[in-house]
Design a protein around this ligand. Sequence first.
Ligand SMILES: NC(=O)c1ccc[n+]([C@@H]2O[C@H](COP(=O)([O-])OP(=O)(O)OC[C@H]3O[C@@H](n4cnc5c(N)ncnc54)[C@H](OP(=O)(O)O)[C@@H]3O)[C@@H](O)[C@H]2O)c1
Length: 315
Amino acid sequence: MGFFVSESENRSEHRADTGTGSGTEHTGRAAGGDRPGGRHRRTALVTGASSGIGEEFARRLAERGYDLVLVARRAERVEALAAELAERFAVGAAALPADLADPAGLAHVEERLRADGSGGDAPVDLLVNNAGHGGGGDFAGQDVAEVEAILDLNVRAQLRLARAVLPVQLARRRGGAGRVPPLGVINVSSMAGQLTAAPGSSVYAASKAFLTSWSQSVALEAAPHGVHVTAVLPGFVRTDMTRSLQDSGRLPEPAFVPKDRVVLEALRGWAAGRAVVVPGPVYGAADRLLRLVPRGLYRTVARRAGAKRVLRELD
Ligand SMILES: NC(=O)c1ccc[n+]([C@@H]2O[C@H](COP(=O)([O-])OP(=O)(O)OC[C@H]3O[C@@H](n4cnc5c(N)ncnc54)[C@H](OP(=O)(O)O)[C@@H]3O)[C@@H](O)[C@H]2O)c1
C-alpha cells in the first residue's frame, strides 16, 4: 500500500502506511522518499490536480508508479485524490494546496521543486505545469483582475515553477543520473495559442502562444543535457473550463478530445523527448492546416464563422 501526506499540515508528522514491504521505507517521508541504496522513487508534481486534465495526469502517473505531489487551491480535493491514489496504486502521494497566483503560494511550491534529494524530499522527475486560468470577452471590457489572473497563472507561475525545477534536473544529469527514466517538464498549453487571432479570448490565447513558444526554446536548451521539456496543445476537452461551451451543445462531439487521450499522448511524447504534442488526430490535422492558411484568410474566415462567439465561451 502507498501513503498519503497533506503538506498543508506539519511536514514532519506524515502518516505512512506500513501494511506491506515497500510501505515501511516511506515512513515519515514526504512523497518521493528514497529507495534502499539511495535511489529516489520516481516523483511527479502536478499543478491543477484538483480537476480536469491535471487530475487525469495524477491518475495516469500513479498507475505508472510515480509518487505524487498534487497542487491546487482546493485542499480537500487534492487531499482526497492523494489518499485515493496512494491506496489504489501503492504510491506515495502528498497534497500541497497552494494558490499559484499568490506570491506566497507560488514560493511554497517552488521550494518543493528545488528539493535535490539531499533533504527529506525526493527530487521531482516530472513537473506537470498544468494549472491554468481561462476567461474571455472583448479585451476592452475584460475584467482587469481576470487579465491579471491569466497572466499570473498561465505565464508567471508556469515559468517560475519550471525555473525552480530545471536547475535541479540538469544538475542531476551532470551528476551522472542515467537517462532512464526521463526527467523534465510538461507544459500544458493550448491550441488556442496556435491561432493567428482569437477575438473574444485574446489574453488567454496570447498567454498560451507565449507558453508554447517559451517551452519550445527551453526544450532545445535542455535536450542536449537529457532533460525533456514538452508543450502539450489540447483542443477542446470536456472539463470545468469548457462547461458552458459543453452545455451550449454548439460543438460536435469530435471537437472534444478525451482527457485520457490528452494525458496518454502527452506522457508518451514527453518520454520520447518531443518538444510539442498536439493530442488527437482532429487537432493534429487542424494544427497542420493552420500553418498553411495565410493570416489574412484566417482573419476573414474567423470573422465569418463567428469564431469570436465560440472562443468567448472557452472558459
Ligand atoms: N479544457 C480545455 O478545453 C483545455 C484546452 C486546452 C488547454 N487547456 C488547459 O488545460 C489546463 C487544465 O485545465 P482544465 O481544462 O483541466 O480545467 P479545470 O478542470 O478547470 O482545471 C484547472 C485546474 O487549475 C487549478 N487552478 C486554477 N487556478 C489556480 C491557482 N490560482 N492556483 C493553483 N491552481 C489553480 C484548478 O484547481 P483549484 O480551483 O482547486 O485551484 C484546477 O485543478 C489549463 O492550463 C488549460 O488552459 C484546457
